[in-house]
Design a protein around this ligand. Structure first.
Ligand SMILES: CC(C)(COP(=O)(O)OP(=O)(O)OC[C@H]1O[C@@H](n2cnc3c(N)ncnc32)[C@H](O)[C@@H]1OP(=O)(O)O)[C@@H](O)C(=O)NCCC(=O)NCCS
Length: 157
């Protein structure tokens, strides 16, 4: 499935990558490169244990993999967005927004009306611009301050 994105970078495509596929492994490389290696960490088995049950999104520009995101189904009607990552050289071009919009669209198709996420302190503004609201106090996760944020999804007309 491919979602042509509507934003200021008209060559971005966001694709749903089935678990275990070549595209899935591209999402893993991006997640590792952006979210783990800069912290001197790598994925643990626990990090990837639930991947088979999740929905994996890959953003490409001219067929080059540049961004990734994971959508996790939770209780009925709710989902969690995890591991939003865009390669350094491609940031600020609407790719993160395109990934989030594709995930929101897929979440709605799956019957979710509510999504939440743990935002790194440096990314809170990015999510605020997408309509997310803060929930509760900030907390530590992998040594970084995070904020739980949520969004009620509304079907596009
Ligand atoms: C956060 C991240 C995913 C954003 O991706 P991106 O492709 O650069 O974001 P976009 O270009 O789609 O930005 C969309 C809007 O948010 C703004 N924005 C993006 N990142 C921002 C940030 N860190 N702080 C403030 N504003 C930000 C953009 O300026 C843009 O604003 P506009 O719509 O008014 O033009 C990316 O910076 C990233 O991968 N960061 C490192 C990993 C990370 O922190 N991931 C989030 C973990 S919770």
């Amino acid at each position: 499935m491919s979602y042509p994105a509507s934003h200021n970078h008209d060559t971005v495509d966001v694709t749903l990558a089935s678990y275990g596929s070549e595209l899935y492994w591209k999402t893993i490389e991006i997640r590792r490169k952006v979210l783990r290696l800069p912290l001197g960490l790598d994925f643990t088995d626990a990090d990837l244990r639930d991947d088979p049950a999740n929905h994996h999104f890959l953003a490409t520009v001219h067929n080059v993999a540049v961004g990734a995101l994971v959508l996790v189904p939770e209780t009925q009607g709710c989902g969690k967005i995890r591991q939003v990552a865009v390669l350094d050289d491609y940031r600020g071009a609407g790719i993160g927004k395109a990934l989030m919009e594709a995930a929101h669209k897929q979440a709605l198709q799956l019957g979710m009306y509510y999504v939440h996420l743990h935002a790194r302190i440096t990314a809170i503004e990015f999510y605020l611009r997408l309509g997310y609201q803060r929930r509760g106090e900030m907390f530590d996760e992998i040594g970084i301050l995070h904020q739980d944020m949520f969004l009620e999804l509304k079907p596009q007309r």
